[in-house]
Design a protein around this ligand. Sequence first.
Ligand code: IVH
Length: 671
Amino acid sequence: MRPAERARELADQLRYHGHRYYVLDDPEIGDDAYDALLDELRALEAEHPELRTPDSPTQRVGGEPVSRLDKVTHLQPMLSLANARSEEELRAWVARMRSHLAREGIEDPDFRFVAEPKIDGLAISLLYREGVLERGATRGNGEVGEDVTHNLRTIGSIPLRIDTDAPPALIEVRGEVYMSLPDFAALNERRAAQGLSTFMNPRNSAAGTIRQLDPALTAERPLSMWCYAVGVTEGVRFTSHSESLEWLAAHGFRVNGDVKTLGSEDEVVAQCLSWQERRGALDFEIDGVVVKVDDYELQRRLGAVGRDPRWAIAWKFPPTTAVTRLNDVAWNVGKYGDLHPFAQLEPVHVGGVTVKQATLHNEEDLVRKDVRPGDEVIVLRAGDVIPQVVSPAPHAVERPDRAPVPRPPERCPFCDTPTVKPEGTVFTRCPNRECPERRWQLLVHFASQGALDIDGLGEKQIAGLLERGLVRTAGDLYRLTKEQLVAIDRMGEVSAERLLRSIEASKDRPFGRVLFGMGIEGVGGITGRNLAQRFRSLDALMAATPEQIAETPGIGPIVAQIIHDSLADPQMRALAEDLRGLGLQLSVEGPPPGEGKLAEQTFVLTGTLPDLTREQATERILAQGGRVTTSVSKKTSYVVAGESPGSKLEKAERMGVPVLDEAGLLELLRD
Ligand code: IVH
């Protein structure tokens, strides 16, 4: 095959698989296979530079840094949105549109609406000329934005070329660029481990990322995009918003699949409430729902008032912030000895609960926010996250007699050891490994849900065990006896036995979780799983060089060094040996991912199975190379249903996904 032909073929394949991965979230091939195609195309283009087109899949990363962001004037202004904060305001909006149209002589408008999540990221405009991405810009002030094409090119869900033989001469695609919550958590985890300051929320982190001058930095911080509108077009025309969204989805753009066209006000209200309820379950942040009139002709007739179109409105979710007095800043000690400031607040009602304490992250954050005892402060509680102090209230900073910004204590508030601050880190630390608070944090972490998940062993129980000197390290938990437990206040025989059983059961937790639970610096939940997958045993991981550790997805050289050093620590080695002797899982059983009897098979578990717990069933499936996910989709191979299965079973039946009971699953595992 001629090089040009092979290059075209490779580019087509890469585009196809990139679309499946980034846009449809339904990959057909593994990362390694994808990388192999990419490497081949890179090599070919290196040999034949004339084959390297700007829309080649090799041209996403590796662009040159820019020296500044150029201003660009939008071909059509990017509008903003008026808000509705209640059902009444939403209905009033529809009534206003009706009377406006009546004045225009349109008596009974055929209102169809489209309701979309209002994604909390930043608005972006993408310009495709003859099907090729020419320019991407931020919204800016709506008229003039900034050219961030170099960064947008690194985002996998943004096509560099429109997937069609007959592209329109020009089309502007608009949407929201954002960072998903898992990606945000992983980024902050990485930054904290490197001693860098963490981002406040996904929006800030997406906004900071998209304005980077060096696209290589952007490529390290995963962003994604939901497309929600078409701007100017030449060579293609749409008559409604829903039609344009369908076109976008069919041409390789990422459009939210839950976006619905609705026929009545009541349906719109119901849909808004449903998004509000699902808000916490999404893997990206939304702060409301955008409701748009579907018909373009009606949109045109409705027009805009100032920057706000009459034909669209943002239904805003109830506020999750409140203002209250910061009584004091106190400090707690984390599992690595790191001191964290937290706010003691005048109790205040926010997001449906009373809040008395809120996190202030770290000392650098405290200085940046400039909050001081006695200030009125803004408290944020979004979704299920820990309440945080955002900033002083605007008037607070004008008080003449403000206290200074609190400094970290010179002695540990828990063990009185002088604190230290290693150079280049953001945390002052308590260096005492026997610090009771630090031990407590480590054990609470060990027993927590994402780690060893020991049911019935919470913060209070662990404090009780430490106080009585019954445990010191995680290994000690497995040596507790019933007699010791019964001696603890309010622990009856039944609870003691139950606790011992759940401690014993935690020995079955997979290696990745044990790794996370051990409290190795630099190893968060996601990193723990990735390290387990890559190294497959603690011995292999402990023998690895920092360079080898850095080959794990999501781990850079700095964190790799931290993990390596933390693993070399004699106390960590002693803990590992202890846990091994006790029978915890320090290696991965079964075939590597992508191999084994159940490779490429995806299972969803629902309801209570007669014998196996959900955990056990999951472990057995994973051990044979299968995957377990939580929601039924066309990717699901089997739904395993027990008693009281609920909606997942209904969905499986509707979608024609095969359903197994426990016996059926066991048979499949045995085959
Ligand atoms: S439509 C009418 N749709 O909200 C044109 N905007 O307050 C306005 N946003 O700047 C844009 N999700 O950044 C639209 N599904 C969505 C949206 C959305 C988030 C943001 C966008 C815009 C702001 C307007």
